[in-house]
Design a protein around this ligand. Structure first.
Ligand code: ZN
Length: 301
């Protein structure tokens, strides 16, 4: 190849790579100086903080819309953001594997760190793994929202009353949703759901259901054919009519199983992140949990 052609290709490649580095999550900064600077990890944390902090905080979420969060890694831009932050809210319970190392590496003495799920007793799978998806029980969401409220007050005591009032209003909405879950699910005939990844342990524990997961605790593992066979047999035995899938991962396996047993597929959202479309529609944790409840009722009727 002539050297000027390879030079041109190199130039194109450099421009392309530079373009990739300019993704918005790497260039984010806190801009509102009079507000509390809060960094959150995953969408539910972001939504809880927004509901309680209102217009007193500028909140930036690390995992971008549309990204599956289990294998999320921090960029240098994210580290810079955490160095500017006053409060850092993460879920914990093993969800964000990067947190311990990040906090060690961080040079930010004023940062107040909150593990929202610290007060929740861990749910483990049959294999003994800790389930990180605490927020999928509305009762847990209330515990997490309260931990966040306490942290906001500690970081910004001048606005205590404001945070207390907003938390109380949000807790009322969550309690109504929790009540609906208990009432409407206990009226359903079935109790077993077939789901894409093992994210619904807390939801099942709280509301008396059982989950059978095609994949493990993270959504990126590949199911083996023996597990698919097991699920297909179980669907036939228990007359399962709905196979749940989720929007941030491919529905192919769920569709294959549904085809095989004559079931339909529906979305059951683990609310680990919003898709771009959901963000535009203004959907939030409560709205998505309402959609999940409707889907669960269809599957269990
Ligand atoms: Zn998950």
């Amino acid at each position: 190849m002539k050297s000027w052609i390879s030079g041109l290709l190199l130039a194109v490649l450099v421009i392309f790579l530079a373009g990739c580095k300019l993704e918005p999550q790497n260039t984010r900064n806190f801009v509102e100086e009079d507000k509390l600077a809060v960094v959150t990890t995953i969408y539910p944390m972001y939504d809880f903080v927004k509901n309680i902090a209102g217009d007193q905080a500028e909140v930036i979420n690390l995992v971008p819309a549309g990204m599956e969060p289990h294998d999320f890694e921090l960029s240098t831009g994210d580290m810079r953001l955490l160095e500017q932050a006053e409060v850092f809210v993460y879920n914990g319970a093993g969800m964000e594997h990067f947190v311990d190392k990040t906090l060690e590496a961080l040079d930010n003495d004023r940062l107040l760190t909150v593990e929202a799920a610290a007060g929740i007793s861990a749910e483990t799978t049959e294999e003994g793994h800790k389930d990180p998806h605490t927020w999928l029980s509305v009762a847990n969401a209330i515990v997490e929202a309260e931990a966040i409220k306490e942290a906001l007050i500690q970081a910004d005591p001048a606005n205590r009353e404001y945070y207390e009032e907003r938390f109380a209003a949000y807790r009322d909405r969550l309690e109504k949703l929790d009540e609906r879950y208990r009432k409407e699910l206990s009226a359903c005939a079935g109790d077993t759901i077939v789901v894409a990844h093992e994210a619904f342990g807390y939801l099942c524990r709280e509301y008396g259901l059982k989950q059978e997961a095609i994949e493990g605790l993270t959504a990126d593992s590949e199911p083996d054919s023996a597990r698919m066979r097991e699920i297909i047999d179980l669907c036939r035995r228990q007359d399962i009519r709905v196979i749940f899938f989720e929007e941030l991962v491919s529905p192919k396996v769920a569709e294959a199983i549904a085809d095989e047993v004559g079931a339909k597929t529906l979305v059951l959202n683990p609310i680990e992140g919003l898709s771009g479309g959901q963000q535009e529609q203004g959907l939030d944790y409560i709205g998505l949990m309402e959609e999940n409840l409707e889907a669960l009722k269809q599957a269990l009727q």
